[in-house]
Design a protein around this ligand. Structure first.
Ligand code: NAP
Length: 312
């Protein structure tokens, strides 16, 4: 067991991301105590039942009192109202971070409510599953995954180092970057791929109605991974697209252009072009495995790991 890095951590929102943080902090004694708040009675009750919180509160304002770390782990669209509520109740010297998948919009929503003497350090764990809620969390979610922080020039170095040490102790690899750059990178590696998965599953759904569900029956191919991604939480993803609009539209425009290039190659029977294109993309996949961000196991090695962990 390590010495606690924070005395009292307040988790606002008790879903997959917060619950996984709680499990990881508990596993290694990284927080003196963990308190929490979620919107519904049911989620607060479950959080106590499964032991991710020592105490839960009916309001976010009560939950943050006396905390030296506050983690905003609600959907991006709910951040502003929560920040307005907790602002006057934050303890001097405490750190507020968030885990929102979009950074510029969250900073615009939260920063105006952070009082002098409180450190706001925006963040985003690059880890998740398609499951939601407090029961979906597990201690190893962040192991060897990137956790991006987007501090600015005014960020207190000591507060940043302390937060970094917590995230690293939970197994994450921490990097810092500019918020606008974060949003563009995420539009490429996460947001647009999710939109494509949602669309592909939607297309297949229409098709299923004219082909007696063959799409479902034979889905043990690439399509199955699309359905896994397209099962992700609708509230979270609605908010991501509404708040990272510009970057997603930029990447979608580029995607559409590439799609037309491939469409033309297929129409013209240009096998060389298709082969070259797929050779380049295969190299990217190899790079991801070499960087330790996925496994080369068939089926991405995900099915047993995620299904067992997430339901634990
Ligand atoms: P989740 O499992 O759906 O949990 C969301 C939690 O927020 C629930 O406890 C919910 O309470 C609570 N909540 C929602 N609106 C609230 C409000 N107005 N006031 C108080 N509590 C509220 O979501 P998650 O996957 O943990 O995602 C949380 C954040 O992490 C999001 O900002 C998301 O963008 C980010 N993120 C997610 C992933 C991922 O893959 N899931 C990855 C990286 C970052 P109830 O249960 O009572 O409704």
């Amino acid at each position: 067991m390590s010495a606690p890095i924070y005395n009292r951590v307040a988790l606002i929102g008790l879903g997959l991301i917060a619950s996984s943080m709680a499990h990881a902090m508990r596993a290694d004694g990284l927080a003196g105590e963990i308190v929490g708040h979620a919107k519904s009675d049911e989620t607060r009750k479950v959080a106590l039942q499964i032991g991710i919180c020592d105490r839960v509160y009916a309001t976010a304002a009560e939950a943050v009192q006396g905390a030296d770390l506050v983690v905003l782990a609600v959907p991006v669209g709910a951040m502003a109202a929560i920040a307005a509520e907790i602002g006057p109740h934050l303890a001097p010297g405490c750190t507020v971070t968030d885990v929102g998948s979009v950074k510029q919009a969250v900073i615009a929503a939260v920063a105006p409510f952070i009082p002098q003497g409180v450190h706001f350090i925006p963040g985003h764990p690059m880890a998740g599953t398609e499951y939601s809620g407090p029961r979906a969390g597990f201690a190893t979610l962040y192991k060897n995954r990137w956790w991006l922080l987007t501090p600015d020039e005014a960020t207190d170095a000591e507060a940043l180092a302390r937060l970094r040490s917590l995230l690293q102790a939970m197994g994450a690899k921490v990097d810092t970057m500019d918020a606008a750059h974060h949003d563009l990178v995420l539009a490429v590696v996460s947001h647009t791929p999710h939109l494509i998965a949602y669309t592909m599953v939607g297309v297949a759904d229409h098709l299923a109605q004219v082909s007696n569900s063959e799409v479902i029956q034979y889905s043990a191919t690439g399509f199955r991974d699309f359905t896994r991604i397209a099962a992700s939480d609708p509230t979270m993803w609605r908010d991501v697209f509404l708040t990272n609009k510009e970057a997603v539209l930029d990447i979608l425009g580029r995607f559409t252009e590439e799609l037309f290039v491939l469409q033309r190659a297929i129409r013209m029977g240009d096998g060389d072009q298709l082969f070259d294109y797929f050779t380049r993309t295969r190299a990217i996949r190899r790079g991801i495995i070499e960087a330790g961000q996925d496994t080369s196991a068939p089926d991405f090695g995900r099915v047993p790991a995620v299904a067992v962990d997430a339901k634990a």
